[in-house]
Write a protein that binds this ligand. Structure first.
Ligand SMILES: Cc1ncc(COP(=O)(O)O)c(C=O)c1O
Length: 363
């Protein structure tokens, strides 16, 4: 194994080292039970305690108002692309929702939602290959809409909504998969926020859904059981055997975040990391950033090199020195550094030094 590897993968992504160590330590014997956490019942007292503690840690981390519910749901983020319209589109008789197409995942979410209602693409930045966030015009949202949907951070293109749109009485639904817990958010302004766990929370295949409790009432009676948010709420996310291991890891990640100083502190660190990388990108003509400077993400930094040959060489040499998984997504090409909460400043410094050296040799 290499001495130090900084994994810049977009997800499943790097987890904090103390969390990985704790998993290893606990694995043979969870809480003196003589069994691993993946061998105990989801109905056991020990697991129930863990679940309740995880709820509390999350609520504390984001200062969640009392009228919001915390759910742990199956199927990762994309399952919610179906579950959200199923649960919410019936809020208004028009069965209408507004989607902002700011990237691939927003486009897929809108396409899926079309199976269930009348989906209006209120803004779209595909003509500039999603290098920016579409413009939000409050006048475009009418009161017939059941909800408004945005992807707060666009993992593939490296853009984000710096400020969330004010949708008034129409609930705002946010896919925060690639930035949950990375910056302060006012949950009281949201209808629903969800995130696949595999970036800032834990392992893949599970998602957290935070929903304002009045929005639990609109799912039709024939909603499939495991897509039904109200049922998840009533059963404390245990309508069937949930992914107990993933919930355990989320619990450890939340404890780690608390030890680090919480969301406010991690936001400061995240902003410093991103600024360090963007400052360098802005000062060179060798690398070209993809995202419009006003719309840049602090989680996913996308850039390209002057040619495919140089890009291939860059990715190869980066991997050799322990800077891994920097290849960009095929729909944008180039490179992408995902610098989620678990990426330390040292990782970003190592990347920038490597980029400088590579530029000197090949520029
Ligand atoms: C913003 C965003 N939404 C949705 C998804 C899809 O997640 P999943 O693979 O858990 O369905 C991803 C995956 O990277 C993502 O980045």
């Amino acid at each position: 194994m290499k001495a130090t590897v900084y994994n810049f993968g977009a997800g499943p992504a790097k987890l904090p080292i103390p969390v990985i160590r704790k998993i290893q330590e606990d694995f043979l014997d969870f809480k003196n039970m003589g069994s691993s956490v993946i061998e105990i019942s989801h109905r056991s007292k020990e697991f129930d305690d863990l679940l309740c503690e995880t709820d509390e840690l999350f609520k504390e981390a984001v200062s969640l108002p009392d009228n919001y519910r915390v759910l742990y749901v199956h199927g990762g983020a994309q399952m919610q692309f179906s579950a959200i319209p199923i649960n919410l589109i019936g809020r208004k008789p028009a069965r209408k929702a507004f989607y902002y197409e700011s990237g691939n995942f927003a486009r897929i979410a809108a396409k899926e939602a079309q199976k269930f209602g009348n989906i209006v693409i209120a803004g779209n930045s595909s003509d500039t290959n999603y290098d920016r966030i579409p413009e939000f015009k409050p006048a475009d949202i009418d009161h017939e809409a059941s909800y408004v949907y945005i992807t707060s951070n666009n993992t593939i293109f490296g853009t984000r909504w710096h400020e969330f749109p004010d949708t008034g009485d129409t609930p705002l639904v946010v896919d925060a998969t690639s930035e949950i817990l990375s910056r302060k958010m006012d949950y009281s302004k949201l209808g629903l926020l969800f995130a696949g766990a595999q970036k800032n929370l834990g392992p893949s295949g599970i998602a957290m859904v935070i929903i304002r409790e009045d929005l639990l009432e609109y799912a039709p009676a024939d909603t499939p059981k495991l897509l039904h948010y109200k049922l998840y709420d009533e059963k404390h996310s245990l309508a069937n055997t949930n992914n107990t291991f993933a919930i355990y890891v989320i619990n450890l990640v939340l404890k780690w975040l608390k030890d680090e100083g919480g969301v406010e502190r991690i936001q400061e660190i995240n902003e410093k990391k991103a600024a360090f990388l963007y400052d360098y990108l802005d000062g060179t003509d060798f690398y070209k950033g993809h995202a419009h400077p006003d719309h840049r993400s602090i989680m996913n930094v996308t850039f390209n090199l002057p040619s495919q040959e140089l890009l291939d060489l860059f990715l190869k040499q980066a991997t050799e020195v322990g800077l891994t998984a920097l290849k960009g997504h095929r729909s944008v090409g180039g490179a992408r550094a995902s610098i989620y909460n678990a990426m330390p400043m040292e990782g970003v410094e190592a990347l920038v030094s490597f980029m400088k050296e590579f530029e000197q040799k090949n520029g």
